[in-house]
Design a protein around this ligand. Structure first.
Ligand code: PMP
Length: 305
């Protein structure tokens, strides 16, 4: 991934892709304290537009605040860096990855006196859980790994270190042939996927875990709240058990990478009809209309590059 043409925004400069390097004694590489975002830009009739850029930048700054890291750029500079990498890499639709990390000025657990850095990269990335998954739904397994408790590495920060837990869960279940992992919180209630929020549908009502289950406050999750309201559907945030998922009529994952992906099976139990459900399909269509610039009500969520 590092040996290719292109440009990456790094600490205020646009640098060649191959030269966007850091030292092996970088603090974040050793201790895992850093924060990132996953952002997408879509081709729209008005041109390429970044979806909910301001909300992603706000969450990045909030993650840094939680981790006691002072990002040495303004939100406006960070937003502009996103637009510039899409433009400079001539991308029509893409995934964007901003990351803030602690530098290589000194090592030792305390980052005091070290430097804070930021980069933004962008590249073409299709459906995260596969085109087929978007249509037919994916096969999910409950992981044996527990999602972070809310008082360990902080679950409202999109912290680099939180992803060891996601990696372990994802590898565990994909090694067994499943598409993605579902994680339960430390009390055994449904939390989220390895990189997605989860929703279930039962008798026409949509349910999703409240954030005390340790799930990230997903921006796609929030987008689905708006879509459901527009469709006249109720969303309830509550504690959800894994067997409530087994007997749900429909279930789906949401995320910037995963978009809106139906879940057709959990732990080898078919959910509902075992295919994409009708409410999931409606939400998916509304989602792709919004990100694709075909719903003027949400034009303010699109930042043209
Ligand atoms: N949970 C986790 C653990 C994630 O990594 C993501 C992806 N950022 C999400 C939920 C979904 O968040 P969003 O919709 O903001 O991408």
């Amino acid at each position: 991934m590092s040996d290719r043409d292109g440009k990456i925004w790094m600490d205020g400069q646009m640098v060649d892709w191959r030269d966007a390097k850091i030292h092996v004694l970088t603090h974040t590489l050793h201790y895992g304290c850093g924060a990132f975002e996953g952002v997408r830009a879509y081709k729209t009739p008005q041109g390429t537009a970044i979806f909910r850029l301001q909300e992603h930048t706000d969450r990045l700054f909030n993650s840094a605040k939680i981790l006691r890291m002072a990002i040495p750029f303004t939100k406006e500079q960070v937003n502009e860096a996103h637009r510039a990498v899409v433009r400079d890499n001539l991308l029509e639709s893409c995934y964007l990855r901003p990351l803030t990390w602690i530098g290589d000025k000194k090592l030792g657990v305390s980052p005091k006196g070290n430097t804070i850095h930021l980069m933004v990269a962008a590249w073409a990335w299709g459906a995260y859980l596969g085109e087929e998954g978007l249509k037919r739904g994916i096969r999910v397994k409950t992981s044996s790994y527990t999602r972070h408790h809310v008082n360990i590495t902080m679950t409202q920060a999109k912290a680099v270190s939180n992803y060891t837990n996601s990696i372990l869960a994802n590898m565990e279940v994909t090694d067994e042939g499943y598409d993605e992992a579902l994680l339960l919180d430390s009390s055994g209630f449904v939390s989220e996927g390895a990189g997605e929020n989860i929703f279930i549908v039962k008798n026409g009502v949509i349910y999703t875990p409240d954030l005390s289950a340790g799930a990230l406050n997903g921006i796609t999750r929030n987008t689905v709240f708006h879509i459901a309201k527009d469709l006249g559907l109720d969303i309830v945030q509550k504690r959800i058990t894994r067997d409530e998922v087994y007997i749900a009529d429909e279930a789906f994952f949401t995320g910037t990478a995963a978009e809106v992906t139906p879940i057709r099976e959990l732990d080898r139990i078919e959910l509902g009809a075992g295919s994409r459900g009708p409410i999931t399909e409606k939400i998916q269509n509304a989602f792709f209309d919004i990100v694709g610039g075909r719903n003027p009500k949400y034009a303010h969520w699109l930042t043209l590059v």
